[in-house]
Design a protein around this ligand. Structure first.
Ligand SMILES: [Zn+2]
Length: 89
């Protein structure tokens, strides 16, 4: 565990992604403490979906937020998947 309050000094990284035959774009967000390097772990369904935000399936260290610009209409077939994980402690 850390000896300081990580959320007060978090370094965020934003990355724009586009994949599949669709105009949906994805903003990928990751974050880590600027002091100790501890990664943010996002919660939520895991995977990638054009329908809703997800967390990366690998370790949850990346949030994937699908979006369109104002006025754009969802075009094409979305690709991706998501998995909900329930249970655990
Ligand atoms: Zn820290």
């Amino acid at each position: 565990m850390s000896d300081h309050n990580c959320p007060e000094n978090t370094h965020w990284t934003l990355n724009l992604q586009h994949f599949g035959n669709t105009n949906i774009k994805y903003l990928e967000v990751s974050g880590a403490c600027a002091v100790c390097g501890r990664k943010v772990e996002f919660r939520g369904p895991m995977g990638v979906s054009p329908e809703h935000p997800t967390a990366s399936a690998i370790d949850g260290s990346e949030a994937c937020l699908p979006f369109l610009f104002a006025g754009e209409i969802y075009d094409g077939k979305g690709v991706g998947y998501s998995v909900s994980v329930r249970g655990g402690n």
